[in-house]
Design a protein around this ligand. Sequence first.
Ligand code: GLN
Length: 480
Amino acid sequence: MTISEFNKGLRNKEFSASEAVKKLYQKIKSEDPTIGAFLTLLPDLAIAQAQKIDSVIAKGENLPPLAGVPLAVKDIILIEGQACTAASKILEHYTASYDATVIKKLKEQEVIFVGKTNLDEFAMGSSTENSALQITRNPHDLERVPGGSSGGSAAAVAAGFALGALGSDTGGSIRQPAAFCGVVGLKPTYGAVSRYGLMAMASSLDQIGPFANSVEDASLLFQAIRGEDKFDSTSTPADDGQDLIAPDFSALKNMTLGIPSEYFESGMENNMAKAMEQVKEQLQDLGVKFVPVSLPHTKYSLSTYYIIQPAEVSANLARYDGVRYEGVMPAEYLPNDLQELYFESRGKGLGAEVKRRIILGTFVLSSGYHDAYYKKAQQVRALIVKDFEDAFQKADVIFAPVTPHTAFKIGEKSNDPLSMYLEDAYTLPVNIAGLPGLSIPARVKSDMPIGFQLIGKRFREADILGLGQLYEKEIPPPSL
Ligand code: GLN
């Protein structure tokens, strides 16, 4: 069901919000033990909210467009009074003391928060296997990963546990799990959505964005969460000139899409390359033109990201010292000194991947290496930004794959960090350049879901969301 279908049903009294919530939790209770999408369920909050909505409907009063819509939230975004773990042992007993701005905005929309979803610890990973708390399975094939790091959110939407979800995307963590689970995922422009109340991982790359069953739903959710926020100085006012919900389809059909040769040259599996060709033909049938573009510094994206990201991680995660937030040591533990308490708490509370990034990040920032690594990476970052600017001289939107292949098997890559890092080759450059990227399920026949990516100019979410809506409107889903 899409959000607009849900809205209609609710307003036409085909079902009540309370009935919807009850049914949803029955489904979650019976199916989520296998899938593992949720870390926490919020039934009390959800039932109270549903009752409130039903009483407003009974009185015949108006409700905001997202009222009653059941949403799942990645467990790295704060909801006041609720646990927020970042899927880390170090925050296993932490309770959020305030609402993230996106949560505040969605509360004003009267949505229903179903629960908090699993992720790779502190959002570092591409399979959700780095969660210190549980694994999540791909609803399309339980032997496979849902992608990551927002794997729980993607799986929750794909499994029908929520009509939408929030995730965060630092290097691909919304788009890649969306592609693996066959749902839509939007990584907005850096600054389009406030990061206040999102636990900071790599602050120059992190963005919150929605998962949904359709591009139209993702547009509705994005519209509700975007905009300037005085608590995040990088946030920018929403551009109200763009109609996200009712795009001008005839104008969109005149768009030019750029095909970056570097993304299509190597590394993609055959079925993925074939699917990309089919999607390209489908888009051409809609009227859009394709032109070749070049992003020559693509080959440096991965090394640039894996310097800047760990550097920022090492600074951001210094706050988890075992003193602030919640302790991880048993109550009877008495350290000899503060340093020992830090060592013990961080040693015990943080997982292997998180430690790896902190060590890497501390190294690239350290005296003597800073210029060779961190400064150089920042210089290359500027070149990657420039590549996209040049490409957008020729094209309105860039067309790309999301991943080199479909969802891999659980355990297949968990002992090989480098091959896990390579997962992000097509998604990282978008974060490095601060651009919006949309992952859309390709309407082609395939055993496992395949996503394609539309990359827009800065703050031109309307272009990629509009094209995505056009694609969904005019290209029928493949027959089974
Ligand atoms: N997989 C990437 C990483 O491990 C991206 C994660 C993310 O976007 N949060 O850093």
